[in-house]
Structure formats: structure tokens, C-alpha cells
Design a binder for this molecule. Structure first.
Ligand code: PLP
Length: 386
């Protein structure tokens, strides 16, 4: 078993590690004591599973300030939520506006929709400032239906002002979907005050839950077609998919142990306070960036420490390719980071790092310490000389 003290894990943008002990215990307890099929049978194991799922739903709703728990539906990851959001909302002839900082979980479904007759505008996006609401305004067409963008880029840590974009969308009758893959759990999100219609979130990154969890906030009143139909445990006499959320979007057996873990992850975050988590991650990221700036031969790709930014730091080294540098950090120093394109080729095109192998991405999380950052900086000083 890999313990935290055997490695320094700085790949939290991919998935968070380690998970709080309470998350591991909640998964174990659910597996042993509540692994009936939620919402299906009337026996105690099924009812216990159903309670765990509804607890997780309520916690997500509270975290994102949804009006009701039924505005949260569970998926297996953020990708499934993003696919449901864009494909469920848009049809042939509709126009979608997005940024050039998007992950492939947005860029690929949009390309798919474009092939199927939708129109897509990708706004060239500044890697320091994020998607500009004025550019969204300029891109507007009579058939614009949806604006979708990442809250925080997983390549550069760039923050887009989703409250300003949401406000513009609401005033103009457009749907607004935010990809909170890098911000859920790491920054406060209020779907009501930010005018977000659809919010896709992973359970396994900043929310500290197990892999295989995620979800979509769907504002009550937003019309969305489900991508799959099937058993929901309700209205089984009808061949029609139920019309009411969450069943409308949750056909098939849910990941009860995963959702029990997700609930424990959110409880952990709420105990610490999201603002406190954000403050901690900002401190770690600021120190990381300032330390890297003092190393000759290493360049930061993205906003500096004084801007509003996420805890995702991309760098390039003069002395080694991103792949070589990541390998060296792991093999020689026990430091886990990610190299390459991070599933976001558009973002690398915007950053100018597409043709040269991408970047090394260092992503501290709330379980990291300043000692981890200093150890990473010491290792980078050596890598820069390689
Ligand atoms: C910005 C962004 N969007 C979407 C995703 C997809 O998340 P998931 O792996 O939960 O599907 C990621 C994953 O890294 C991401 O960084």
C-alpha cells in the first residue's frame, strides 16, 4: 500500500490523493452494511443504500447552494455530466459558445455535435484572464443556445469569471453550463447567485470522494433530454422514461459505496470550510510559483501568483522534455506530477505548448503541506540542471 509519507503526491488535478480516512471508512461501511440496490427494493439493505444516496445528494445541493436536492443528479465522473449537459440541451441548428481552454470532455462532445449539425464558436481565450464575457457577447447569434466553459483550466490554472458569464447568459436567455472539474471543493460555488444552469462536477478530485463519482446540477426548469433510458425503480409499468429528476437521468444501479465516500468527502470539506481550503491551496500554489520563478531554466505557463488562479501550475524546463522531467521527479524524488497535454489540446494550442509535448503539471491539493512544496522545489532545482 502506498502511504502519503512514501511519496509526495502533486497530481490532485487528475484525482485527489490521499483521501481523508473518513472517506475510506464510509466506503467500507457502505460495502458491508448498506449495499442493497438503492431505490429498488423495500428491504432494510436497499433502504439503507437509498438513504446514503440521498444524503450525498443533499450534501452536494448544500455545497453548491442548489434550491433542492433533486437538482443534483449523479454520474460516474465529470465527463459523463458534461456530455449529458451539452448533448441533452443542444440539437442540430443550435449554436454553442465555448473557450479554447476546454478539456476534451467538453471539446470532444462539442465536435461530435458540430458533426451532427450544431454550430460551435470557440473564443480564443487569454491564458492569463480566462473567457471574457464581452467576447461571449460579440459571439452571440440568433440561434445561440448554450455557453459552456471551465471555471478553472486544468492546464494553466486560469480562472474564468463564471459569475459574470452566468449573469450575461441569464439576461440573454442562454443556458450556461460551468465545468467545475477543477474548482468543486476548491473554490466557493453558488449556482443561484452565479446564474449557473448546469454545473458539472467530479466527485474524485476536490470533493475528495472515490473515483467513479461525479454529478450534474440541473437548475429546476431547464429542459434536458436524458442520454440513456432504463430502470429507475419507479413507474416500471411504463415504457416511457420518468420525466422527473433525478430518476429521469439516473437509469441503472448507482455507485452507492462511492456516493457514501463522496458524502464523507464533502463533510470533511465543510468541516474545514471551503474558504479555508481555498486559502490553504492558494498559499501552497503561491509558494510553488514564487519558488519556480527563482529557478533558471524553468518557465511557468499560465497566470502568476498575484492573479486569481487555481492550484494547477504548468511548467516547462529548458533541460528536459515534460515527459522526462515527470519521470525524473517520480523515479529520483518520489514526486508524482503529470506530464503531456492533460486531455486539453486546445488549451495547449492557446498556451503555445501543443507541438512541444505539453507541460509538466504540478497540482497541490488540500492534503499537501508547505514541506511538500519545498521538497518539490528542491527536486526541480536539480531537474533544471539535468
Ligand atoms: C477541466 C476538466 N474538465 C473535465 C474533466 C473530466 O473529469 P473526469 O475525469 O471526472 O471525467 C477534467 C479532468 O481532469 C478536467 O480537468
Amino acid at each position: 500500500m502506498i502511504r502519503q509519507n512514501q511519496m509526495i503526491y502533486l497530481d490532485n488535478a487528475a484525482t485527489s490523493f490521499p483521501k481523508p480516512e473518513s472517506v475510506c471508512l464510509a466506503v467500507d461501511k457502505a460495502m458491508r452494511e448498506a449495499c442493497g440496490n438503492p431505490g429498488r427494493s423495500g428491504h432494510r439493505l436497499s433502504l439503507a443504500a437509498g438513504r446514503l444516496v440521498e444524503e450525498a445528494r443533499l450534501l452536494c445541493a448544500n455545497l453548491f447552494h442548489a434550491r433542492s436536492a433533486n437538482e443534483i443528479i449523479f454520474t460516474h465522473n465529470a465527463t459523463a455530466a458534461l456530455n449529458l449537459g451539452v448533448k441533452g440541451a443542444v440539437g442540430p441548428g443550435d449554436h454553442i459558445i465555448t473557450s479554447t481552454l476546454e478539456h476534451n470532455s467538453v471539446a470532444r462532445p462539442l465536435y461530435y455535435l458540430e458533426q451532427a449539425g450544431a454550430e460551435v464558436t470557440k473564443i480564443p481565450t487569454d491564458i492569463h484572464n480566462g473567457l471574457d464575457p464581452d467576447d461571449v457577447k460579440r459571439a452571440l447569434r440568433p440561434n445561440t443556445k448554450l455557453v459552456v466553459c471551465a471555471h478553472i483550466s486544468n492546464v494553466t490554472g486560469t480562472v474564468s469569471d463564471i459569475a459574470a458569464i452566468g449573469s450575461f447568459c441569464r439576461q440573454n436567455g442562454l443556458l450556461f453550463m460551468a465545468d467545475a472539474a477543477q474548482s468543486a471543493g476548491a473554490a466557493p460555488i453558488d449556482v443561484q447567485s452565479m446564474n449557473i444552469d448546469l454545473l458539472a462536477f467530479p466527485g474524485h478530485k476536490g470533493l475528495l470522494g472515490p473515483q467513479g463519482t461525479g454529478g450534474l446540477y440541473i437548475r429546476e426548469g431547464v429542459r434536458l433530454n436524458p442520454l440513456i433510458q432504463g430502470g429507475t425503480g419507479s413507474r416500471s409499468e411504463s415504457l416511457l422514461q420518468p420525466e422527473d429528476p433525478p430518476e429521469k437521468f439516473e437509469s441503472g444501479t448507482l455507485n452507492t459505496p462511492g456516493l457514501a465516500g463522496l458524502a464523507a468527502g464533502i463533510r470533511f470539506l465543510l468541516e474545514q470550510g471551503i474558504n479555508e481550503i481555498q486559502r490553504k491551496e492558494n498559499t501552497l500554489t503561491k509558494r510553488l510559483i514564487e519558488g519556480i520563478r527563482d529557478i533558471r531554466g524553468i518557465h511557468i505557463i499560465g497566470p502568476g501568483p498575484d492573479r486569481r488562479r487555481g492550484s494547477v501550475v504548468s511548467i516547462r524546463l529548458d533541460a528536459a522534455s515534460p515527459g522526462e522531467a515527470a519521470l525524473m521527479l517520480d523515479a529520483a524524488f518520489g514526486i508524482a506530477v503529470r506530464s503531456g497535454l492533460h486531455c486539453a489540446s486546445d488549451a495547449h494550442r492557446a498556451a503555445g505548448t501543443l507541438e512541444s509535448g505539453g507541460t509538466v503539471r504540478i497540482s497541490p491539493g488540500c492534503m499537501n503541506t508547505l514541506e511538500d512544496i519545498e521538497a518539490c522545489l528542491a527536486a526541480l532545482r536539480i531537474c533544471a540542471l539535468a
